[in-house]
Design a protein around this ligand. Sequence first.
Ligand SMILES: Cc1cc2nc3c(=O)[nH]c(=O)nc-3n(C[C@H](O)[C@H](O)[C@H](O)COP(=O)(O)O)c2cc1C
Length: 333
Amino acid sequence: MTHALGTSPRPIDSLLARLRVPVISAPMLIVSGPELVIAACRAGILGSFPTANPRGEGELEQWLTRIEDALAQAQDSGEATAPYVPNLIVHKSNTRLDSDLAAIIAHRPPVVITSVGSPAHVLPALHDAGIEVWADVASVKHAERAMAVGVDGLILLTAGAGGQTGYANPFSFVRAVRAMFDGVVVVSGGQADGWSLWAAQALGCDLGYMGTRFIATHESNAQPEQRQMIVDSELDDIHLTNALGNGLQTNMMRKSIVAAGLDPADYGVEARPFTGMSGLPGDGEPAPGPKRYRDLWSAGHSVSGVKEILSVAEVVDRLAAEYEEARSRTFAR
Ligand SMILES: Cc1cc2nc3c(=O)[nH]c(=O)nc-3n(C[C@H](O)[C@H](O)[C@H](O)COP(=O)(O)O)c2cc1C
């Protein structure tokens, strides 16, 4: 499963061709739960969630079973569903990595997305189980390292992405990676509509990656005020900081920092580290004050494209209509 340039059709192509629109509902800490994943897959797009979200003993297993049962039921009723693709955070701080890996392998989704580190540790076992590995990367150097490990896909984190963001320009990054990699390329950052997905494909990507757009859906685990803040924010309201995310650059909604009684000016790039933990239950001794992701909310520049709170099915309907419009306008010129 290596992908140098010029190789024959990829095993995943038939699955990608069945998607209604070329997009992944991106994994989001706290926000992505079974309802969001099931709704995404039923709407015909790939649905992802971080395996860190189910917290209790055996809860990941329950989530996986619940998602698979719901999708099997939908298929029995004649729906054409897309698969779910779990996200493993492979950073050394993830003490659950090996048990989460074993749970995923037992369920055999077609693809696993790895983030925040090298997939080297998990890739052999996933490949042995016939599961593709798509790794997120933020630089050409990281892309080369992931290719050397043998990944099947690369998710390119670019400037303006929600969560722990990239910094590269998407045009330059996609073209640099496409020049050396025939595997699946996914671009993350700045996309909220079907026009962007068409543009991503024109650039050479297989798929787009949307997080922020799916926060403002009825099925997300976001708080009501968080969804509304996405709708009420413009890209100018997105605040880049490395003081709120373990030192990694993270895009946050400025309004949520202010609402928590903090001054965004104190939390810039290279500002003092923030001690608040992730806000997930079971994350150790809570630090006093607001928690990032629970009270301080992340989102990307794509907030500018989110104008109302909708169901996932409605969002995907709109993405499909916009994608078709963008495509037909291109060929009408
Ligand atoms: C609230 C939030 C939480 C996120 N949590 C994760 C995560 O747990 N794992 C991960 O790989 N990416 C995470 N991301 C990044 C997304 O998967 C994706 O790269 C990003 O949302 C794309 O940019 P967009 O939000 O502008 O669409 C998160 C993003 C947001 C907004």
